[in-house]
Design a protein around this ligand. Structure first.
Ligand code: NAG
Ligand code: NAG
Ligand code: NAG
Ligand code: NAG
Ligand code: NAG
Length: 535
């Protein structure tokens, strides 16, 4: 049955109710009351009938006026379970997704980071790691059942969408990103859509280009969130045959008190016009959200983290505050929904084992030039100057020896190997090893830090190591690039202290995964504040 069909059933029954309800009611009252009152009631009935004759009946608006949202975690879990039961339509989903199938699925979709990520973060020596909150984890477990129930029944998802099919209980969110988006934008857009999908009990689907299979794990056990081919899902603006425009949806919302607005609900709508990086402002209003509950498919095409804005929607707020009482929402989302696939995770662990594990203090620096080489030439002297001043001002580097003597020990091949002046274990224990991890397309900052800290002694003799995995000079795109970018992001996030170039989603992701409060580099020359702590 199509959504349109269902609507008409609801409408018809409402029409009948209006005609019969008052009369029956009046009859009962009439029998119980005196003649005088009866006369009055009869007058009232005749007046009602009269009204019906002179003007068309205005039906009660079937579009909801209020956005009904569960109030707390247990409400939401109950709601998810109820919707799953409806979607299952009588079949026993525990039987459908048997334990053998579960084993097989997990074998085909290995994701060791799911089990290991928390212990790796907790190895940091000077950062108290945050706990993943159990409310969110329980909600995701229940949500995965709904996801699986709908996806397994849909068969070919693209075909299902193109033929405008309908399964009672299953509604959808598509999380697309603009072409050419980097890994940072992808992850931030997807987690935003995830929160919305879970709150509204919708199935989250991600076009392949955004889901980056091979980079991120499939987060929902037993069903895939990936959809393909891309052009159906990401060209929502051009495909007005498939996706209604936002203007059309808003027109319906505005006309919701009029009878014609009720005839045909919107099947699929895109939440953005033009090149918006996030849903339009009206998306975050309760009235619009009430109307969106009637839409089967919602398409996001974002490059923006809009979870904070969801907290601002009055009907969502109590639930979100109940799920995430200690906030740090981005960290919770990234570490549960955007987990790295095994090849990425193995590389992260390798870097951790060889460079991070034995450090007492880890500093991550992300140096980014948005305009490429020309900006690098223009800015890098200031950038490097401010990074070094920042590290010294914040006590993240030992003070270099003023005489700047070259080290007498030979420099090992690996720059990051701690240089230990004596073999005695006491000396080793008293040393305070700092490792600086740099991500940059260029090598200049690493060279400078190596020259001043690795190749020369410091006053305290505390060793400093500098690690940079690559310096590619130009930014590229593709699965391999995404994989490598995620390795670097996760390595940055495993440090204790982050120094970031402002306004980069790459840095935002590192800070998010790590649950860290970074310093942002001030890019002005000779500034009094070489870096500013994030608020
Ligand atoms: C959740 O909200 C419902 C009302 O919506 C209430 O009955 C229930 O006690 C609440 N549960 C918790 C754990 O606060
Ligand atoms: C569904 O199947 C499972 C395993 O086959 C069984 O344990 C369970 O009782 C069934 N549930 C219902 C509601 O029939
Ligand atoms: C799914 O359906 C779409 C559209 O009908 C079709 O292009 C695609 O080949 C189908 N995919 C599979 C795996 O059958
Ligand atoms: C639900 O199941 C019944 C019988 O098993 C079937 O006839 C009906 O089409 C199903 N409904 C939907 C919406 O899939
Ligand atoms: C290393 O130095 C940092 C910063 O001065 C300090 O917080 C930390 O406790 C030191 N660690 C050891 C093992 O001395």
């Amino acid at each position: 049955m199509t959504a349109t069909g269902m609507y008409q059933v609801v409408l018809n029954s409402k029409v009948k109710m209006q005609h019969r309800g008052p009369r029956l009611h009046n009859l009962i009252i009439a029998m119980a009351l005196s003649f005088c009152v009866l006369a009055f009631r009869l007058f009232a009935i005749s007046r009602q009938d009269h009204q019906h004759e002179v003007r068309p009946v205005f039906l009660d608006n079937p579009l909801p006026l209020k956005n009904e949202v569960p109030r707390n975690t247990s409400d939401l879990i109950a709601k998810l379970a109820a919707v799953t039961r409806i979607a299952a339509n009588g079949s026993n989903m525990t039987k459908v997704f048997s334990s053998e199938k579960q084993l097989l699925w997990n074998k085909e979709h290995p994701c060791s980071s799911r089990r290991e990520i928390h212990s790796l973060y907790s190895t940091r020596k000077s950062t108290h790691d945050i706990q993943i909150n159990s409310n969110w984890v329980s909600i995701l477990q229940e949500y995965a059942k709904l996801h699986r129930t709908c996806v397994l029944q849909m068969g070919n998802v693209t075909d299902f969408f193109l033929k405008r099919k309908h399964i009672e209980g299953c509604k959808f969110v598509v999380a697309g990103v603009s072409r050419g988006s980097g890994i940072g934008n992808k992850a931030l857009s997807i987690v935003s859509a995830t929160v919305y999908a879970v709150l509204t009990q919708r199935i989250l689907l991600v076009p392949q280009a955004a889901a980056a299979p091979g980079v991120f794990c499939e987060p929902f056990e037993g069903s895939s969130w990936t959809v393909d081919p891309d052009h159906i899902w990401t060209k929502s603006k051009k495909r007005t045959d498939l996706w209604d425009t936002l203007a059309y949806f808003h027109k319906r919302v505005d006309a919701r008190a009029l009878s014609e607005a009720m005839v045909k609900p919107v099947y699929a709508v895109s939440t953005t016009e033009n090149w918006d990086a996030q849903p339009e402002p009206r998306f975050f209003c309760d009235t619009e959200q009430a109307q969106y509950t009637q839409v089967q498919w919602i398409n996001f095409r974002n490059n923006f983290y809009f979870v904070p804005k969801l907290f601002a929607v009055p009907s969502f707020r109590p639930l979100l505050e109940d799920i995430f009482p200690h906030r740090k929402v981005l960290t919770q989302l990234l570490r549960t929904v955007m987990l790295p696939c095994d090849p990425v995770w193995e590389r992260v662990k390798q870097v951790h084992d060889s460079h991070f594990r034995h450090s007492d203090r880890l500093v991550g620096i992300q140096e980014r030039y948005f305009q490429g080489k020309s900006e690098f030439d223009l800015l890098h002297t200031t950038m490097e100057e401010n990074v070094v001043s920042c590290l010294l001002a914040e006590g993240l580097l030992p003070t270099p020896n003023s005489e700047s003597q070259p080290r007498t020990t030979t420099v090992p091949q690996e720059m990051d190997e701690p240089i230990v002046p004596s073999n005695s274990p006491e000396v080793l224990n008293s040393l305070n090893v700092t490792t600086i991890f740099i991500t940059s397309l260029y090598q200049s900052l690493a060279d400078r830090l190596s020259r001043d800290y690795v190749l020369t002694t410091t006053e305290s003799d505390d060793p400093v190591g500098v690690v940079q995995l690559t310096h590619e000079e130009t930014q590229n795109f593709g699965v391999e690039v995404d994989k490598h970018a995620l390795v670097e992001i996760l390595c940055l996030s495993l440090t204790d202290n982050l120094v970031l170039t402002p306004q980069s989603t790459f840095g935002a992701l590192a800070q998010g995964y790590g649950g860290l409060v970074p310093w942002f580099i001030d890019l002005r020359p000779e500034t009094q504040t070489p870096c500013v702590p994030a608020t």
